[in-house]
Design a binder for this molecule. Structure first.
Ligand code: SAH
Length: 221
């Protein structure tokens, strides 16, 4: 164990109590959650809360997802390591870092310029060279790198954007929270197999909204 890693015990406890005990089983996902230092993705003043069983604010009204939610979504994508993945909603960059351990290449989109810049700098400083962070409206997907083996959406919309269906390979998976404003949100997995879509409801979760449009400057942040 790295003596400099003062959060090692807290991280190990998070993996055991928040993930394993709640049913996360994929050893690759558990390993990635153990490797990524969540404290590096929040403001230094909040580091002591890094392994809390909760989302945390990262500014601009946005949050870093709860560890369990990140692990659950990653496990639901059934990644084996060879995939090209699109993440919509970079936020802190934490989810992208976990995906970077689980797949070959990650493209991650963030609509708020400053949130994107902070995450891009952080991911690059941490050496995640298989993550490309892009400042863009994610409801359109990212055509230049399509098609993707998997698409992960970390903000809640009302329906699955058509662009995601068009940018997925046959055999691919999309995991996305969906819900009407003010109503309970549920996680869904859409799988494309032999040109047919299969839809599964994976249960209840809570996310910030997936906002259509270019940037956050007009959102009153
Ligand atoms: N995966 C992130 C969680 C981020 S919260 C993490 O691990 O920290 C969701 C993020 O999605 C927010 O930063 C929000 O600004 C962003 N977002 C919302 N709508 C978006 C859109 N249409 N395109 C790109 N990003 C969007």
């Amino acid at each position: 164990m790295d003596p400099q890693d003062r959060f090692a015990a807290a991280r190990e406890k998070m993996v055991r109590d928040q993930l394993l005990r709640r049913g996360i089983q994929d050893p690759r996902v558990l390993g990635a959650m153990w490797r990524v230092h969540r404290e590096a993705f929040i403001s230094p003043g909040q580091a002591d809360f890094a392994y809390r069983d909760a989302p945390l604010p990262i500014g601009h009204g946005q949050t870093i997802s709860q560890p369990y939610t990140v692990a659950f979504m990653c496990e639901s994508l059934h990644l084996r390591g060879y995939e090209k993945v699109l993440e919509v909603g970079t936020g802190s960059g934490y989810g992208a870092a976990v995906l970077a351990h689980l797949s070959r290449q990650v493209y991650t989109l963030e609509r708020i310029g400053e949130v994107h810049e902070n995450a891009a700098r952080r991911l690059s400083d941490l050496g995640y060279d298989n993550v490309t962070a892009i400042h863009a409206n994610g409801t359109l997907g990212f055509p230049p790198a399509a098609p993707y083996d998997a698409i992960l959406v970390t903000a809640c919309g009302q329906e699955l954007p058509l662009a995601y269906r068009q940018q997925l390979i046959d055999g691919g998976r999309i995991v996305i929270p969906l819900g009407e404003p003010g109503e309970a949100q549920r996680m869904y997995r859409f799988t494309l197999r032999n040109n047919r879509w299969h839809e599964e409801d994976l249960g209840a979760f809570t996310f910030v909204p997936l906002v259509a449009g270019e940037d956050g400057e007009h959102q009153g942040e």
